[in-house]
Design a protein around this ligand. Sequence first.
Ligand code: GLU
Length: 618
Amino acid sequence: MDNAGSRFSPIQAFLEFLHAKYAPLREGEVATYIPELATADPEAFGICVATTDGFVYEVGASRQEFTIQSISKPFVYGLALDDNGPEWMMAKVGVEPSGDAFNAISLHKVTGCPLNPMINTGAIATTGQIAADTPQQRLERILQMFSLYAGRRLRIDQDVYLSESRTGHRNRAIGHLLRNFDVLTDEPNATVDTYFQQCAIAVTCGDLALMGATLANQGINPLTGVRAIREDHVENVLSVMASCGMYDFSGGWIYNVGMPAKSGVAGGVLAVLPGQLGIGVYSPRLDTQGNSVRALKVCEELSRAWELHQFNPPYCPQNSRRLTYTSAQRTSSRTRHPAEREHLRASGHLIHVVEMQSNLAFSTTEPIIRDVIGSAEKPRGMILDCHHVTSINRVAARLLADLARDLKSRKCDVYFTHTSRLPMLKAQVATHLADSDLCAELFRYHSTDAALEQCEDLLLGEARAQHTSGKNLREFEITAGLTEEELAVFASLLTDRHYASGEVIIRLGTESTNLFLITKGVVGVWLGAVTGEGRRMGSFSVGTMVGEMAFLDGEKRSANVVAEGDVECAVLEIATFLALQQSHPTLHTKILRNIGISLATKLRKLNQDVTILSAQRD
Ligand code: GLU
């Protein structure tokens, strides 16, 4: 545990304030019914708070060990759920508050089952459900589970265990009662003995805080990253803590403090703020209900000061739409023929990009879905960009899968992009849709740019076909405004070149000054390596020109240009072009102007991209 960073923290300062404020409080009595517990130092007092990213604030006797006692009950219940499932456990142990003392020898009048797993009857019944061939194996599994929560190997305090074992006749009576009603089917003394040992596990309040943070973190220990309980059982465990965790003060506790919690007779209290915090407090003096007096005060004041009450969360789920735009506002990085650009300006509003962000759960995904299905005109392309999504839960993944399937059935192409950090999304979509072809299609593109390029190609369809091959120079951006005569002269200056797929047309760093007019196919522009680890910055298709920067300034090439498929180019050499200045000065000026316009168009697009990407954020 490294908490050096907390020295000047106002959070640390507040915990120290609470510690100083309640240390003089001497109400309550140390438990004595287990003789060894009576030896505890009544003044011992520690407070720890652990965050779901594994930071632990600690004050006072935060590293002093004490026995976990009843705080073990919800965790063993979690293990029993993992082993047997909720249905089985519900048939064995209920989830209703009992109103009786924790050690009452009572079972439900009708079902014959213990009322809940937080009282001794329910806890001993629960221990008996842990899968094992022998009591030793059962104990080892329990110890191992606690060690996962705490992030360190825990041990049993033999003195406390033996002390309770010598005196725990009441719990043994409970064991036999449970055996009588077939809630326990094994030899009851062995199960009760395991229960005594689980209660005698030695922990610190730092351990308790981390165990709480693990529950707050959907079952994954935030320090070790290791799962301690199945994610879907966390809510079961926290629910019984919320309704039955604080003995006969459970109602008052949830009313005042508002966090699931569990206390134990050794003086420990563990509280959990789901999704946010784990709290561990230790002080052995107990009130008449069996809860640590100081721990109660500390938790009440912490909850009030930091507004931690779970039923009045201080924030609403954030809007998960980071940015939305259409292809009419921002196209892909493909430089296209002027006619295609025009076409996209007119119909690009049918292709939508939705950049999502933060944590996608039901309430943050619902506005996205509302937005997407509410688009005025039937969309033809929908790109759901996950680059800024930090997490996604099952519900959100399934809702998005349903949305995607529905859009696909209405002839809209849908792509999830930048999903590599969210394996959960792909896995859930695949299971939910049970259609591997559709799933492969939805996740076909890593980048939004590639998906956008594809959607544009599909939208352009027919219009595009006219420009993808052939060498009607009249249509090219470089020939705008040329007379028939000038066009003929210009055409005579060009040499045709053919490139096979993957061939490098322009190499980064070289000194070549030709200008390439693309007459067939598509070329890609790459920074760094060509393909692989390189970065595809954009692409050019028929009717456009590439290489005009070095053509004009004579500097080295700033990127690689590679043929994507069969490519044909008409090449203009700089020397030929310069000669035009003498022979055909007007033509020379017109060409120069068109190259300038081409550069200006690219610059304008960059400006527009920056405007859209920075200013339009929600
Ligand atoms: N081992 C103790 C008992 O069964 C635990 C009680 C508790 O902490 O509430 O009596």
